[in-house]
Design a protein around this ligand. Structure first.
Ligand code: HEM
Ligand code: NAG
Ligand code: NAG
Length: 319
């Protein structure tokens, strides 16, 4: 990161009679170049194969990185299974029966550790690289993923419930939610463009298609056929008309009042983000370029680096 120019920052934390030194370092796109140059190509191979088998997997992997970063930083905490000390974030409101792709992450981890000969790549970095490779596999932009994150030894379902945004949020709540992560209004709009990929379950968009007025009537009717008033909670609808293509149709659909989630349509409902939605709906390259920038910014949320954290040998549990 340009804002962190020196190589190492040393902070001394004094506790009673002993001193723990925390060494942190900025993330670096070339972090694995020396220690394991085969790591990134290996991740890409497994992601491309998984997306070839099922396009939606690209969407699911992108979302995992987002849900990892929003909960105490990009530290692989979402991948940890429950222990006697904590409940897995996989059971949080946003993730339970929803977050997917964990088996693909296991496969990536196994393959990367195999080609590197030992566990040198963190699970948090695997999520960041898999998110980028997924976007590329579905026709989106590439970017240099900054690397060197370490993995947490703990997870927090409480923080996951508090900090992962809900589909029922209005624009004010969404802006505040992103600001808590040091992400601005532009980051909110452009990263919501991640919904150019993948699907949502009925339970997340039911209120919007039955009770809201900021929705195209024919579009609402069409969705009501998929998502009944009662039952069918996990029935799927695409988040935009082309859920396997990274394009700007998510934004053009918002301008036509065809956002699937309340949180999607909130970005184009007469508020301060309308102009940006319009801009991205008409300029795919601008969207792609800004998406890449904001993904790097999101990937830099509170990483553990240096001697903080660990490199897990199994992404599902601390060493
Ligand atoms: C702005 C606040 C956001 C809210 C409220 C939100 C909410 C949701 C919800 C409710 C779903 C459907 C989950 C389900 O029904 O199982 C979903 C899916 C998805 N979200 Fe978001 N999301 C937000 C931002 C983002 C961001 C920033 C990204 C990535 C950059 C993202 C990527 C995705 C993807 C790719 C899917 C489809 C996943 C799949 O098909 O497996 N979302 N989101
Ligand atoms: C998660 O989903 C399972 C299966 O549907 C359900 O039994 C469980 O109560 C849910 N857990 C939480 C914490 O909501
Ligand atoms: C719609 O709003 C009514 C009145 O507030 C509420 O009782 C009902 O549960 C809502 N329906 C859905 C599908 O959200």
């Amino acid at each position: 990161m340009a804002s962190r120019s020196c190589l190492l920052h040393l902070g001394a934390l004094t506790m009673f009679s002993f001193v723990a030194i925390v060494i942190s370092a900025p993330l670096d796109p070339n972090f694995y170049d020396k220690v394991c140059p085969q790591a990134l190509p290996a991740i890409k191979r497994v992601v491309f194969e998984a997306v070839r088998q099922e396009k939606r997997m690209g969407a699911s992997l992108l979302r995992l990185h987002f849900h990892d970063c929003f909960v105490n930083g990009c530290d692989g905490s979402i991948l940890l299974d429950s222990t006697s000390r904590f409940t897995s974030e996989k059971f949080s409101l946003a993730n339970n029966n929803s977050a997917r792709g964990f088996e693909v992450v296991d496969r990536i981890k196994w393959e990367v550790d195999r080609v590197c000969g030992r566990p040198v790549v963190s699970c948090a970095d695997i999520l960041a690289v898999a998110a980028r490779d997924s976007v590329v596999a579905l026709g989106g932009p590439g970017w240099k993923v900054e690397l060197g994150r370490k993995d947490s030894t703990t997870a927090s379902i409480t923080t996951a419930d508090a900090d992962i945004p809900a589909p029922f949020m209005n624009l004010r709540q969404l802006i505040d939610n992103f600001r808590k992560q040091n992400l601005d209004v532009k980051d909110l709009v452009v990263l919501s463009g991640g919904h150019t990929l993948g699907f949502s379950q009925c339970r997340a968009f039911r209120t919007h298609i039955y009770n809201d007025t900021n929705i195209d009537l024919a579009f609402a009717r069409q969705l009501q056929a998929i998502c009944p008033r009662v039952g069918g909670d996990s029935n799927l609808a695409p988040l935009d008309p082309t859920p396997a293509n990274f394009d700007s149709k998510y934004f053009s659909y918002l301008t036509a009042n065809k956002g699937l989630l309340q949180s999607d349509q909130a970005l184009f409902s007469g508020g301060e983000t309308d102009a940006l939605v319009k801009e991205y709906s008409s300029d795919h390259d601008d969207f792609a370029e800004d998406f890449a920038k904001s993904m790097i910014k999101m990937g830099n949320i509170k990483p553990l680096t240096g001697n903080q954290g660990q490199i897990r040998s199994n992404c599902r549990r601390a060493n």
